[in-house]
Design a protein around this ligand. Structure first.
Ligand SMILES: NC(=O)C1=CN([C@@H]2O[C@H](COP(=O)(O)OP(=O)(O)OC[C@H]3O[C@@H](n4cnc5c(N)ncnc54)[C@H](OP(=O)(O)O)[C@@H]3O)[C@@H](O)[C@H]2O)C=CC1
Ligand SMILES: O=C(O)[C@@H]1CCC=N1
Length: 273
């Protein structure tokens, strides 16, 4: 019996696998990766050692926890494939954006199912995941899933109605902040810094500020004020960001992603496959 299996071994699965393998006691052989792309499976073995692999999704049921990590449009096909073997003994975690528990329950009747939304920062053990279990999941299994996701960052159980917001905020969050890192690095290069120096400064600013926000008792607004000296340099930059309505842009970005997650969900509420 494997500890974890993944159906769909792409970017999100890899982030979780890399994070998991950094935990004490976890061996590559504890993880089964299933994917239709054999080159991808080979690449993961080159990167992470002796992971078990298979091209048959059904094999993934030979694990304590099976993670569905294919793109939303493939969830129906994968569920159909594993429904022949899945039953009340299987604990299935879907990380697919938008796909409601009710749809998964219709495809995999009787199974213990968790809908979860992690992010790719799991890769460095600094992810964040919110999840909702269905009624079949016991308290002990909830704890198992909590431990699984908290091994690769923060984890919390939330009502399913909030998962589309989580998808938009923290699921997609690394993309928004990578874009900020790129923009800061480009700005440095534009002003004459070598690319490597500009990129490393930008990355450290993001990492350091994140740490500071998390560890400080102060509101982010106060931490920002602490940087803006009266009549100084930073307030000039902040004024430009405000002129370009950057806060509004971030809010609209999260709202657009939320709308998309809801649209995906509506599609699956009304379709059987
Ligand atoms: N990327 C992210 O930041 C996050 C993603 N998610 C969710 O994770 C899921 C996966 O996303 P992501 O990792 O980015 O996607 P990827 O495309 O990187 O990975 C999906 C993998 O599944 C494979 N695949 C497709 N069909 C099947 C099948 N029938 N059986 C087995 N494997 C199959 C794909 O192969 P091929 O490429 O050949 O099609 C691909 O290797 C999505 O549902 C997404 O919503 C959730 C949170 C964050
Ligand atoms: O973009 C997506 O649909 C997925 C879900 C959250 C992050 N990536």
């Amino acid at each position: 019996m494997y500890k974890f299996s993944f159906i769909g071994s792409g970017n999100m699965a890899e982030a979780l696998i890399k994070g998991l393998l950094q935990q004490p006691g976890m061996q590559p052989g504890d993880v089964l990766c299933c994917d239709t792309d054999t080159q991808r499976l080979q690449l993961l073995q080159e990167r992470y050692g002796n992971l078990a692999t298979s091209t048959a999704a059904l094999d993934a049921l030979q694990a304590q926890v099976t993670i569905l990590s294919v793109k939303p449009p493939f969830i129906g096909a994968v569920a159909a494939e594993i429904s022949q073997g899945a039953g009340p003994d299987n604990l299935i975690v879907s990380v697919a954006a938008g796909i409601p528990l009710s749809y998964l329950e219709r495809q995999l009747p009787g199974c213990k199912i968790i809908r979860a939304m992690p992010n790719t920062a799991a890769l460095v053990g600094a992810g964040v995941t919110a999840y909702t279990p269905n009624a079949q999941v016991s308290a002990e299994e909830r704890q198992q899933v909590q431990e699984f996701f908290s091994g690769v960052g923060l984890a919390c159980e939330l009502p399913e109605a909030q998962l589309d917001v989580v998808t938009a905020l923290s699921g997609g969050g690394p993309a928004y902040l990578c874009l900020v890192a790129e923009a800061l690095s480009d700005a440095g290069v534009r002003l004459g810094l070598p690319r490597a120096a500009a990129s490393s400064l930008a990355a450290q600013v993001l990492a350091g500020t994140g740490k500071m926000i998390q560890s400080s008792a102060e509101h982010p607004a106060v931490l920002r004020e602490n940087v803006c000296s009266p009549g100084g340099t930073t307030i000039e930059g902040v004024a430009v960001l405000e002129e370009h309505a950057v806060r509004g842009a971030f809010m609209q970005a999260v709202e657009a992603a939320h709308t998309k997650a809801q649209q995906l969900g509506e599609l699956y509420e009304s379709h059987d496959r």
